[in-house]
Design a protein around this ligand. Structure first.
Ligand SMILES: Nc1nc2c(ncn2[C@@H]2O[C@H](COP(=O)(O)OP(=O)(O)OP(=O)(O)O)[C@@H](O)[C@H]2O)c(=O)[nH]1
Ligand SMILES: [Zn+2]
Length: 210
């Protein structure tokens, strides 16, 4: 089991981003969590964040949520997607199970908020979430998860139970240093505003949404 300070076995580009820059206790409605900030650059204004239950046991199977940033859903409660409710659920599960929420700065599946707003406008004109990204000349999903593995390694974690409905997130751990022992679903009830979006995720992106 790697200890904090051990070398991280990832390519240099990923390694640079997984540097622990600061840490503090944050009291939240879900209980107090350690918040750790990871970035290649110490002055980075948008570091990846790990919210770690103070009693997390890195030698066990740690419950982990890798949450991709969604400022519209996470912060403003947008009903276009399921992110805000998933984050709420993940924090509750992490609080109850001494787990972790890793908040990855991958807004808009990695295309950024400006492009995501453009993609939303195209969706309002009839495209689905996949077609909109492609119309903008962007990848459907531009995320990579090596950074998350670096963060988990930094925390001394070797085995996880991963909260996700996304097969690509599970697959991203293949051949890596962290073992996904179990996948835990994180399904929220659809509403009329996000039903079509969730249908596309299930049918065309292969998410396990039941
Ligand atoms: N480009 C784009 N990004 C979106 C859209 N809706 C949500 N997102 C982003 O999608 C990311 C979340 O991805 P999801 O597909 O909802 O879920 P996931 O993280 O892949 O999978 P889960 O672990 O099961 O939640 C966040 O970064 C959101 O900002 C959209 O219509 N277009
Ligand atoms: Zn969202």
């Amino acid at each position: 089991m790697p200890e904090h300070g051990d070398p991280i076995l990832l390519p240099p580009a990923e390694l640079a981003d997984a540097t622990r820059r600061a840490e503090a206790l944050i009291p939240t409605p879900y209980g107090t969590f350690r918040m750790l900030a990871y970035a290649g650059d110490a002055e980075d204004y948008t570091p990846h964040l790990a919210l770690v239950h103070p009693d997390m046991d890195p030698s066990g199977e740690v419950i982990v949520r890798l949450h991709s940033e969604c400022i519209t859903g996470d912060l403003f409660g947008s009903k276009r997607c399921d992110c805000g409710e998933q984050l709420d659920r993940a924090m509750k599960v992490a609080a109850a199970g001494r787990g972790i929420v890793v908040y990855l700065r991958q807004e808009g599946r990695g295309i950024g908020i400006i492009n995501k707003l453009k993609a939303y406008q195209l969706q309002d004109q009839g495209m689905d979430t996949i077609e909109a990204n492609l119309h903008l000349g962007l990848e459907v999903d531009a995320r990579h998860y090596g950074i998350a593995q670096g963060i988990l390694q930094d925390l001394g974690i070797g085995k996880i139970q991963l909260l996700t409905n996304n097969p690509l997130k599970v697959d991203s751990f293949d051949d890596g240093p962290i073992e996904v022992v179990r996948r835990l679903p994180i399904i929220v009830d659809p509403g009329k505003e996000n039903l079509q979006y969730l249908r596309t995720k299930a049918l065309d992106m292969g998410h396990w949404l039941g």
